[in-house]
Design a protein around this ligand. Structure first.
Ligand code: ADP
Ligand code: ADP
Ligand code: MG
Length: 455
């Protein structure tokens, strides 16, 4: 069913991004918002807006009944969930299916299967995709965990089957630590995700995080090459690139092929990302999880390939066939994104909401700033601290890093503290410039005092 009226069930920069894509496709846009978000940019841009409840996300952006009711009352024929909130909530997708409203994403059954990290591991193994050595399924008891760890060897990662956003992951160096941490991890996963299911993986030392963007229409699937997201703090991405400069062409081709094979094996519909860890010494890669949604870092892939992924995911959700064959999808140059957060990088990244003063957005060829700011806007304290994403695209990686440094210098967000100084220091760092880093690089770099306040 072609989509005509789209409800956006999210906020911040991604709501703005979705409205842009929808308008370009000639759709009528309806922005759902909490009481705290009545003044946000997406509300001003959309054709219509509808309040879905109080500031607390549990009562608005995470309230299935409220969002379905808003879609019905505004006669929306589709809902875009963005990322986070209910983007990977099978119950929400099912409630929309029941109401006859299109969910922009895969079916509820696919979310159930690939959103559960243990089930996704099993689907990957069945499709012949290498996974990190670990437990076959969920672990029921601490004894099971100890036995699996003895087989795969320490250190091990204790992970929540329902985990996400870098939460619920612990490393155990020894059996003693595992015995202590497993019950804690279980209790924490229960509280955070309503599901205490755990599994184990061998902890890979100093890997690269490399992920593949895919898109499927239920029959066919294609990839849009890979992204490198190894620059992480607390297992959350800070700086992302497309492509991964550390990969040889043959490894890249193999990696992307396994992602397409897995997408086809589950008849995937929509945009999705397969995340892998890559050992640059042995050149081995291991699947870790699939994200069944558009990701925060999708713009680097858009810059690299020139394809609007949000428009494509809306198109296939409406029943359309893929508009690109694999051969149509090519890559040019190198793209980098940084996540600009309202946090003070000199104060342990303490969130810093407040009122936006003078705003200067960098401009020029190959520069993009996806954000939801305007002068005088008051950032509410109830949600995550992402303000925007600065993206640059240059002819090669060195050029892109230079462009990032200049664009950051140009970027000015008055009135609040942001992570801009961190990104500027990274863009000027010799290891970053030499592409010599991994997922465990940034935290020690920060601890060692490499980020200095400018005098
Ligand atoms: P990405 O690779 O797109 O950054 P993340 O896993 O970091 O993916 O998640 C993107 C957003 O979704 C973040 O704002 C994060 O806080 C949120 N998020 C991720 N998983 C969950 C979850 N299970 N429940 C609620 N929010 C989540
Ligand atoms: P989430 O669902 O929270 O995004 P992931 O399974 O994608 O969790 O892992 C998040 C990050 O944690 C990875 O990008 C990587 O930095 C680290 N990580 C996850 N699994 C392992 C592992 N087996 N060995 C080493 N690091 C890991
Ligand atoms: Mg992940």
């Amino acid at each position: 069913m072609p989509i005509e009226r789209l409800l956006i069930a999210n906020r911040g920069e991604i709501a703005v991004r979705i409205i842009r894509a929808a308008k370009a496709m000639g759709l009528h846009t309806i922005q759902a918002h909490s009481e705290a978000d009545a003044n946000m940019l997406a509300v001003r841009m959309a054709d219509e807006a509808v309040c879905i409840g109080p500031a607390h996300a549990a009562q608005s952006y995470l309230n299935i009944d409220a969002v379905v009711a808003a879609a019905q009352s505004t006669k929306a024929d589709a809902v875009h969930p963005g990322y986070g909130f209910m983007a990977e909530n099978a119950q929400f997708a099912r409630a929309l299916e029941t109401a006859g409203i299109t969910f922009i994403g895969p079916s509820a059954d696919t979310i159930d299967r690939m959103g559960d990290k243990v089930a996704a591991r099993q689907a990957a193994m069945a499709a012949g995709v290498p996974v990190v050595p670990g437990s076959k399924g969920r672990l029921d008891t601490v004894e099971d965990a100890v036995n699996v760890a003895a087989e795969i060897g320490y250190p091990v990662m204790i992970k929540a089957a329902a985990g996400g956003g870098g939460r619920g992951i612990r490393i155990a160096q020894t059996e003693e630590e595992l015995r202590k941490m497993a019950p804690q991890a279980q209790a924490e996963a229960n509280a955070a995700f309503g599901d205490g299911g755990l599994y184990l993986e061998r902890a890979i030392i100093s890997p690269r995080h490399i992920e593949v963007q895919i898109m499927g229409d239920g029959t066919d699937a294609v990839h849009f090459f890979e992204r490198e997201c190894s620059m992480q703090r607390r297992r959350q991405k800070v700086w992302e690139e497309a492509g991964a400069a550390c990969l040889e062409e043959s490894t890249r081709a193999h990696l992307c092929d396994t992602a397409v094979a897995l997408a086809k094996a589950v008849n995937y519909v929509g945009a999705g990302t397969l995340e892998y860890l890559y050992d640059s010494k042995t050149k081995e890669f291991f699947f870790i999880e699939m994200n069944t949604r558009i990701q925060v870092e999708h713009p680097v892939t858009e810059m690299l390939t020139g394809i609007d992924l949000v428009q494509e995911m809306i198109h296939v959700a409406g029943g359309g066939k893929l508009r690109q064959t694999q051969a149509d999808i090519t890559r040019t140059g190198h793209a980098i994104e940084v996540r600009v957060n309202a946090e003070d990088p000199f104060m342990q990244f303490l969130p810093f909401p407040g009122q936006v003063g003078a705003l200067r957005v960098p401009q020029g060829d190959g520069i993009r700033f996806d954000h939801f700011l305007y002068e005088g806007y008051t950032i509410p304290p109830f949600y995550d601290s992402l303000l925007g994403k600065l993206i640059v695209h240059g002819k090669d990686r060195d050029t892109a890093i230079g462009m990032m440094a200049s664009a950051l210098e140009e970027l000015e967000i008055g009135g609040i503290k942001t992570t801009k100084p961190l990104h500027l220091a990274l863009a000027r760092d010799p290891s970053v410039q030499a592409d010599d880093f991994h997922t465990q690089w940034l935290e020690p770099w920060l601890t060692a005092g490499n980020l200095k306040p400018t005098p």
